[in-house]
Design a protein around this ligand. Structure first.
Ligand code: AMP
Ligand code: MG
Length: 298
Protein backbone atom coordinates (compact mmCIF):
# COMPACT_ATOMS: atom_id res chain seq x y z
CA UNK A 1 0.00 0.00 0.00
CA UNK A 2 1.27 3.42 -0.95
CA UNK A 3 0.70 5.48 2.20
CA UNK A 4 2.13 8.57 0.59
CA UNK A 5 -0.89 8.67 -1.69
CA UNK A 6 -3.38 7.39 0.85
CA UNK A 7 -2.65 9.83 3.65
CA UNK A 8 -1.78 12.91 1.61
CA UNK A 9 -3.86 16.02 2.19
CA UNK A 10 -4.47 17.12 -1.36
CA UNK A 11 -3.61 20.80 -1.79
CA UNK A 12 -6.79 22.84 -1.46
CA UNK A 13 -8.87 19.96 -0.12
CA UNK A 14 -11.04 20.30 2.97
CA UNK A 15 -9.94 18.28 5.98
CA UNK A 16 -12.43 16.48 8.20
CA UNK A 17 -10.60 14.56 10.89
CA UNK A 18 -13.81 12.92 12.11
CA UNK A 19 -13.95 11.08 8.76
CA UNK A 20 -10.50 9.56 9.25
CA UNK A 21 -10.26 6.41 11.36
CA UNK A 22 -7.44 6.89 13.86
CA UNK A 23 -7.37 3.10 14.42
CA UNK A 24 -6.78 2.25 10.76
CA UNK A 25 -4.03 -0.32 10.27
CA UNK A 26 -4.01 -0.84 6.53
CA UNK A 27 -5.04 -3.77 4.41
CA UNK A 28 -3.30 -7.03 5.25
CA UNK A 29 -0.86 -5.36 7.63
CA UNK A 30 -0.02 -6.96 10.96
CA UNK A 31 2.19 -5.76 13.76
CA UNK A 32 4.59 -8.62 13.14
CA UNK A 33 4.89 -8.06 9.38
CA UNK A 34 5.22 -4.34 9.91
CA UNK A 35 8.36 -4.67 12.03
CA UNK A 36 10.48 -5.99 9.17
CA UNK A 37 9.02 -3.40 6.79
CA UNK A 38 9.78 -0.60 9.23
CA UNK A 39 13.33 -1.89 9.53
CA UNK A 40 13.70 -1.85 5.75
CA UNK A 41 12.38 1.71 5.59
CA UNK A 42 14.75 2.82 8.33
CA UNK A 43 17.68 1.34 6.43
CA UNK A 44 16.58 3.15 3.30
CA UNK A 45 16.26 6.41 5.21
CA UNK A 46 19.79 5.92 6.47
CA UNK A 47 20.97 5.70 2.86
CA UNK A 48 18.91 8.72 1.91
CA UNK A 49 20.53 10.72 4.65
CA UNK A 50 23.98 9.48 3.66
CA UNK A 51 23.38 10.69 0.16
CA UNK A 52 22.01 14.06 1.24
CA UNK A 53 25.07 14.57 3.39
CA UNK A 54 27.47 13.48 0.68
CA UNK A 55 25.74 15.45 -2.04
CA UNK A 56 25.51 18.59 0.10
CA UNK A 57 23.09 20.42 -2.16
CA UNK A 58 19.71 19.58 -0.63
CA UNK A 59 18.12 19.03 2.74
CA UNK A 60 15.12 17.40 4.39
CA UNK A 61 12.75 18.92 6.93
CA UNK A 62 10.26 16.69 8.71
CA UNK A 63 7.54 18.43 10.72
CA UNK A 64 5.73 16.45 13.43
CA UNK A 65 2.51 17.84 14.86
CA UNK A 66 -0.13 16.23 17.03
CA UNK A 67 -2.23 16.54 20.12
CA UNK A 68 -0.62 15.40 23.37
CA UNK A 69 0.38 11.73 23.62
CA UNK A 70 -0.17 11.03 19.92
CA UNK A 71 3.41 9.86 19.49
CA UNK A 72 5.67 12.63 18.23
CA UNK A 73 8.44 11.52 20.59
CA UNK A 74 7.82 7.90 19.63
CA UNK A 75 8.28 8.67 15.95
CA UNK A 76 11.54 10.46 16.67
CA UNK A 77 12.77 7.52 18.74
CA UNK A 78 11.66 4.67 16.53
CA UNK A 79 11.67 6.01 12.97
CA UNK A 80 14.80 8.13 13.01
CA UNK A 81 16.85 5.66 15.02
CA UNK A 82 18.83 4.55 11.98
CA UNK A 83 19.97 7.96 10.86
CA UNK A 84 23.50 9.11 11.47
CA UNK A 85 23.53 11.70 14.29
CA UNK A 86 26.13 13.50 12.23
CA UNK A 87 23.80 15.44 9.98
CA UNK A 88 20.46 14.72 11.70
CA UNK A 89 19.00 17.16 14.19
CA UNK A 90 15.81 17.24 16.23
CA UNK A 91 14.35 20.47 17.57
CA UNK A 92 11.39 20.71 19.90
CA UNK A 93 9.41 23.94 20.01
CA UNK A 94 7.83 24.81 23.32
CA UNK A 95 6.34 28.04 24.60
CA UNK A 96 8.48 30.81 23.15
CA UNK A 97 11.11 32.36 25.41
CA UNK A 98 11.00 36.08 26.08
CA UNK A 99 13.55 36.67 23.36
CA UNK A 100 11.70 34.45 20.86
CA UNK A 101 8.37 36.09 21.63
CA UNK A 102 9.93 39.49 20.96
CA UNK A 103 10.51 38.47 17.32
CA UNK A 104 8.21 37.43 14.51
CA UNK A 105 6.85 33.88 14.86
CA UNK A 106 9.12 32.42 12.21
CA UNK A 107 12.34 33.81 13.67
CA UNK A 108 13.10 30.93 16.02
CA UNK A 109 12.05 28.38 13.43
CA UNK A 110 14.05 29.72 10.52
CA UNK A 111 17.30 29.48 12.44
CA UNK A 112 16.65 25.74 12.98
CA UNK A 113 15.88 24.78 9.39
CA UNK A 114 18.31 22.33 7.80
CA UNK A 115 21.45 23.49 6.10
CA UNK A 116 22.32 21.80 2.81
CA UNK A 117 23.11 18.16 3.46
CA UNK A 118 21.19 18.00 6.74
CA UNK A 119 18.03 16.30 7.97
CA UNK A 120 16.05 18.21 10.59
CA UNK A 121 13.02 17.01 12.51
CA UNK A 122 10.70 19.53 14.11
CA UNK A 123 8.90 18.17 17.17
CA UNK A 124 6.14 20.81 17.10
CA UNK A 125 6.89 23.74 14.87
CA UNK A 126 5.79 27.09 13.47
CA UNK A 127 2.33 25.50 13.18
CA UNK A 128 1.85 26.02 16.92
CA UNK A 129 1.40 29.68 15.99
CA UNK A 130 -1.86 28.83 14.22
CA UNK A 131 -2.82 26.05 16.68
CA UNK A 132 -2.25 26.63 20.39
CA UNK A 133 -2.04 30.35 19.71
CA UNK A 134 -5.41 30.31 17.97
CA UNK A 135 -7.10 27.99 20.47
CA UNK A 136 -5.94 30.02 23.47
CA UNK A 137 -6.48 33.35 21.71
CA UNK A 138 -2.89 34.37 22.46
CA UNK A 139 -3.06 36.83 19.58
CA UNK A 140 -6.13 38.21 17.82
CA UNK A 141 -7.68 36.46 14.81
CA UNK A 142 -6.48 39.29 12.59
CA UNK A 143 -2.92 38.23 13.43
CA UNK A 144 -3.07 34.42 13.31
CA UNK A 145 -5.29 34.35 10.25
CA UNK A 146 -2.56 35.98 8.17
CA UNK A 147 -0.02 33.39 9.23
CA UNK A 148 -1.18 30.67 6.81
CA UNK A 149 0.00 32.74 3.85
CA UNK A 150 3.19 33.65 5.68
CA UNK A 151 3.84 29.96 6.39
CA UNK A 152 3.21 29.06 2.75
CA UNK A 153 5.63 31.75 1.60
CA UNK A 154 8.22 30.62 4.13
CA UNK A 155 7.97 26.97 3.07
CA UNK A 156 8.07 27.92 -0.60
CA UNK A 157 11.27 29.78 0.04
CA UNK A 158 12.80 26.81 1.87
CA UNK A 159 11.74 24.51 -0.94
CA UNK A 160 13.24 26.74 -3.59
CA UNK A 161 16.43 26.63 -1.61
CA UNK A 162 16.58 22.83 -1.89
CA UNK A 163 14.69 21.71 1.21
CA UNK A 164 12.25 18.84 0.88
CA UNK A 165 9.48 19.31 3.43
CA UNK A 166 7.24 16.57 4.82
CA UNK A 167 4.60 17.38 7.43
CA UNK A 168 2.92 14.72 9.53
CA UNK A 169 -0.15 15.04 11.71
CA UNK A 170 -0.39 12.06 14.05
CA UNK A 171 -4.10 11.41 14.41
CA UNK A 172 -5.33 9.75 17.63
CA UNK A 173 -8.78 9.47 19.13
CA UNK A 174 -9.69 11.15 22.44
CA UNK A 175 -10.20 7.68 23.97
CA UNK A 176 -6.71 6.59 22.99
CA UNK A 177 -5.26 9.80 24.38
CA UNK A 178 -6.95 9.18 27.72
CA UNK A 179 -5.63 5.61 27.82
CA UNK A 180 -2.11 6.88 27.15
CA UNK A 181 -2.41 9.54 29.85
CA UNK A 182 -3.41 6.79 32.28
CA UNK A 183 -0.40 4.68 31.29
CA UNK A 184 1.82 7.67 31.93
CA UNK A 185 0.31 8.15 35.38
CA UNK A 186 0.51 4.46 36.27
CA UNK A 187 4.08 3.95 35.10
CA UNK A 188 6.55 5.80 37.30
CA UNK A 189 9.13 5.86 34.52
CA UNK A 190 6.68 7.78 32.36
CA UNK A 191 5.29 10.19 34.99
CA UNK A 192 7.46 12.99 33.69
CA UNK A 193 5.54 12.91 30.43
CA UNK A 194 2.22 13.93 31.95
CA UNK A 195 1.12 17.21 33.47
CA UNK A 196 -2.13 18.80 34.58
CA UNK A 197 -2.12 20.98 31.51
CA UNK A 198 -2.42 17.85 29.37
CA UNK A 199 -5.86 17.29 30.92
CA UNK A 200 -6.94 20.92 30.55
CA UNK A 201 -5.79 20.96 26.91
CA UNK A 202 -7.87 17.86 26.36
CA UNK A 203 -10.97 19.86 27.19
CA UNK A 204 -10.23 21.95 24.13
CA UNK A 205 -10.19 18.97 21.75
CA UNK A 206 -12.86 20.33 19.34
CA UNK A 207 -11.11 23.69 19.09
CA UNK A 208 -7.81 21.97 18.35
CA UNK A 209 -9.43 19.77 15.73
CA UNK A 210 -10.87 22.82 14.00
CA UNK A 211 -7.50 24.61 14.13
CA UNK A 212 -5.69 21.56 12.72
CA UNK A 213 -8.25 21.08 9.96
CA UNK A 214 -7.85 24.68 8.83
CA UNK A 215 -4.07 24.62 9.12
CA UNK A 216 -3.73 21.47 7.02
CA UNK A 217 -6.26 22.57 4.43
CA UNK A 218 -4.59 25.94 3.99
CA UNK A 219 -0.95 24.84 4.01
CA UNK A 220 -0.77 21.46 2.29
CA UNK A 221 1.09 22.24 -0.90
CA UNK A 222 2.86 20.25 -3.56
CA UNK A 223 6.25 21.19 -2.18
CA UNK A 224 5.29 20.95 1.51
CA UNK A 225 2.51 18.36 1.84
CA UNK A 226 0.67 17.30 4.96
CA UNK A 227 0.04 13.65 5.71
CA UNK A 228 -2.58 12.58 8.25
CA UNK A 229 -1.33 9.42 9.91
CA UNK A 230 -3.72 7.15 11.84
CA UNK A 231 -1.81 6.84 15.08
CA UNK A 232 -3.90 4.88 17.58
CA UNK A 233 -1.62 1.93 16.81
CA UNK A 234 1.98 2.87 17.32
CA UNK A 235 3.35 0.19 15.02
CA UNK A 236 1.14 1.34 12.15
CA UNK A 237 2.05 4.99 12.76
CA UNK A 238 5.74 4.05 12.53
CA UNK A 239 5.13 1.96 9.42
CA UNK A 240 3.31 4.74 7.56
CA UNK A 241 5.67 7.55 8.54
CA UNK A 242 8.79 5.53 7.74
CA UNK A 243 7.40 4.40 4.39
CA UNK A 244 6.53 7.95 3.37
CA UNK A 245 9.96 9.29 4.29
CA UNK A 246 11.81 6.37 2.74
CA UNK A 247 9.98 6.71 -0.57
CA UNK A 248 10.14 10.46 -0.91
CA UNK A 249 12.60 11.77 -3.40
CA UNK A 250 14.13 15.13 -2.55
CA UNK A 251 13.55 17.82 -5.10
CA UNK A 252 15.85 20.78 -5.45
CA UNK A 253 14.83 23.83 -7.43
CA UNK A 254 14.21 22.53 -10.90
CA UNK A 255 16.04 19.22 -10.64
CA UNK A 256 15.05 16.15 -8.73
CA UNK A 257 17.49 14.09 -6.76
CA UNK A 258 16.34 11.08 -8.73
CA UNK A 259 17.82 12.73 -11.75
CA UNK A 260 20.95 13.57 -9.82
CA UNK A 261 21.27 9.90 -9.05
CA UNK A 262 20.77 8.87 -12.62
CA UNK A 263 23.19 11.39 -13.99
CA UNK A 264 25.79 9.73 -16.15
CA UNK A 265 29.24 9.83 -14.56
CA UNK A 266 31.42 12.37 -16.27
CA UNK A 267 34.42 10.08 -15.91
CA UNK A 268 34.44 6.33 -15.84
CA UNK A 269 34.34 4.44 -12.58
CA UNK A 270 37.63 3.34 -11.15
CA UNK A 271 36.12 0.20 -9.69
CA UNK A 272 38.25 0.58 -6.57
CA UNK A 273 35.69 1.06 -3.86
CA UNK A 274 32.01 1.53 -3.35
CA UNK A 275 31.16 5.19 -3.43
CA UNK A 276 28.21 4.91 -1.14
CA UNK A 277 26.00 2.25 0.46
CA UNK A 278 23.52 0.89 -1.99
CA UNK A 279 25.42 2.21 -4.98
CA UNK A 280 25.27 -0.32 -7.74
CA UNK A 281 28.43 0.99 -9.32
CA UNK A 282 31.89 1.15 -7.85
CA UNK A 283 34.01 4.24 -7.92
CA UNK A 284 36.92 5.85 -6.14
CA UNK A 285 35.16 8.37 -3.96
CA UNK A 286 31.83 10.04 -3.53
CA UNK A 287 31.37 12.68 -6.13
CA UNK A 288 34.82 12.29 -7.64
CA UNK A 289 33.36 11.08 -10.88
CA UNK A 290 29.82 12.34 -10.43
CA UNK A 291 28.55 9.01 -9.19
CA UNK A 292 25.55 9.32 -6.93
CA UNK A 293 24.19 5.96 -7.87
CA UNK A 294 22.34 5.46 -4.64
CA UNK A 295 19.29 7.12 -6.10
CA UNK A 296 17.27 4.31 -7.46
CA UNK A 297 13.53 4.61 -7.95
CA UNK A 298 11.44 3.86 -4.88
P1 AMP B 1 5.24 19.49 25.15
O1 AMP B 1 5.44 19.27 23.69
O2 AMP B 1 4.20 18.61 25.74
O3 AMP B 1 6.52 19.47 25.91
O4 AMP B 1 4.66 20.96 25.35
C1 AMP B 1 5.15 22.05 24.71
C2 AMP B 1 4.09 23.09 24.82
O5 AMP B 1 4.56 24.29 24.22
C3 AMP B 1 2.81 22.71 24.14
O6 AMP B 1 1.73 22.89 24.99
C4 AMP B 1 2.75 23.67 22.97
O7 AMP B 1 1.44 23.98 22.59
C5 AMP B 1 3.50 24.86 23.53
N1 AMP B 1 3.97 25.74 22.46
C6 AMP B 1 4.75 25.41 21.42
N2 AMP B 1 4.88 26.47 20.58
C7 AMP B 1 4.16 27.47 21.12
C8 AMP B 1 3.89 28.80 20.72
N3 AMP B 1 4.41 29.32 19.61
N4 AMP B 1 3.11 29.56 21.51
C9 AMP B 1 2.58 29.05 22.65
N5 AMP B 1 2.80 27.79 23.07
C10 AMP B 1 3.58 27.01 22.32
MG1 MG C 1 2.36 18.23 26.53
Amino acid sequence: MNYRKKFLVEPGAKVRLSKIDASYTGKNETHEKALSKIQAHIERMDKLQYLLYADGSQSLLVVLQALDAAGKDGVVRHVFSGMNPQGTFVFGFKQPSKEEAAHDFLWRVHSRTPAKGEVVIFNRSHYEDVLVVRVHKLVPRSVWSKRYDLINDFETMLSQNGTTILKFFLHISPQEQLARFKQRLDDASRNWKISESDYSERELWPQYVEAYEDAMALTSTKHAPWYIIPANHKWFRNLAVSQIIATTRPRASGRSATNVGRRKPTRSHSGKAECCPGCSRRCAAIGSDGCRGIWSPA
